[in-house]
Design a protein. Structure first.
Length: 241
């Protein structure tokens, strides 16, 4: 098959469109014909792109771990985030654990679906697995207009939360359309002077923004940060005592 493969660590100059062996299926895998693929920002810098789980080199490797495609054996259209330690989907075909697949949403085309998994799953996990966000709670989302933030705003609103977002003024209209109840311009306003007693802070920015966020939490509130996360490292999750 044809694939884009990385032969050494580096930028896009290390990626070559070339012939590659057809995928070899492991137990639990299915073969998917790729329709669309995303390469996540930072992916070319991550060790798993070049090494296996034991740290041994696995180049030439195929990037692109978010994708949409058709399961060869059943004809179903699926989308997924696949393991960063395995070959990605910048190829005609990918071997992927069947358990990683989900049916493609009917409302999205293949390119749109391939852009959803990592940012969407990150937002979902932060809100519901880590922060346990409940209907009626108030959440402050930093970086709300970004890749993860835009999913987080919609998911939090869908779950019945009161959503306060920090963003650049140019993005306020977008965030209103996504359901944000209150929007703070991070360039001209200090959120800690405007917000207090929130149940959850989702921090997609880190640094000074994270440091200033503790004071807006109510007692027992939770701050989840995804900022600067590297693959394989847990996100900081802390509760205000
Ligand atoms: N995307 C993913 O799938 C993913 C997954 C896991 C972890 N992460 C990590 O999560 C963090 C955010 O990633 P992302 O992809 O969502 O970022 P992104 O798409 O680059 O968006 C960042 C957003 O934050 C805004 N912003 C910058 N400084 C801000 C501040 N002080 N207060 C409020 N908003 C501010 C930016 O607006 P401007 O237009 O003003 O710059 C932009 O809208 C990164 O550290 C990333 O490594 C991302």
């Amino acid at each position: 098959m044809k694939a884009i493969r990385l032969h050494a660590q580096g930028g896009p100059e290390q990626a070559f469109y070339e012939d590659a062996p057809n995928p070899t299926l492991l137990e639990g895998d299915v073969l998917v014909r790729v329709l669309a693929v995303s390469t996540t920002r930072g992916e070319l810098d991550w060790p798993p792109t070049y090494n296996d789980q034991n740290g041994n080199p696995r180049t030439p490797s195929i990037p692109g771990h978010e994708f949409c495609g058709i399961v060869e054996s059943t004809g179903e259209t699926v989308y997924a985030l696949t393991s960063f330690f395995r070959n990605g989907a910048a190829a005609e075909y990918i071997e992927v654990r069947a358990a990683d697949l989900a049916p493609k949403p009917l409302t999205l085309d293949a390119v749109q679906a391939a852009a959803v998994p990592l940012a969407g799953l990150t937002a979902w996990q932060a809100l519901f697995d880590h922060a346990n966000l409940l209907p009626g709670q108030t959440i402050l989302i930093h970086g709300a207009a970004g890749g993860v933030g835009t999913f987080a705003v919609q998911l939090a609103k869908w779950n019945g939360a009161h959503v306060i977002a920090t963003a650049n003024a140019k993005d306020h209209e977008l965030l209103t359309s996504l359901g944000a109840d209150q929007i703070i311009d991070y360039k001209t306003q200090r959120f800690e002077e405007l917000v207090h007693d929130v149940d959850v802070v989702l921090d997609c920015i880190g640094g000074d923004t994270q440091d200033r966020s503790w004071q807006v939490l109510k007692r027992g509130g939770v701050l989840v940060s995804i900022a600067g996360e590297s693959i394989g490292q847990p996100s900081p999750i802390q509760s205000y005592p």
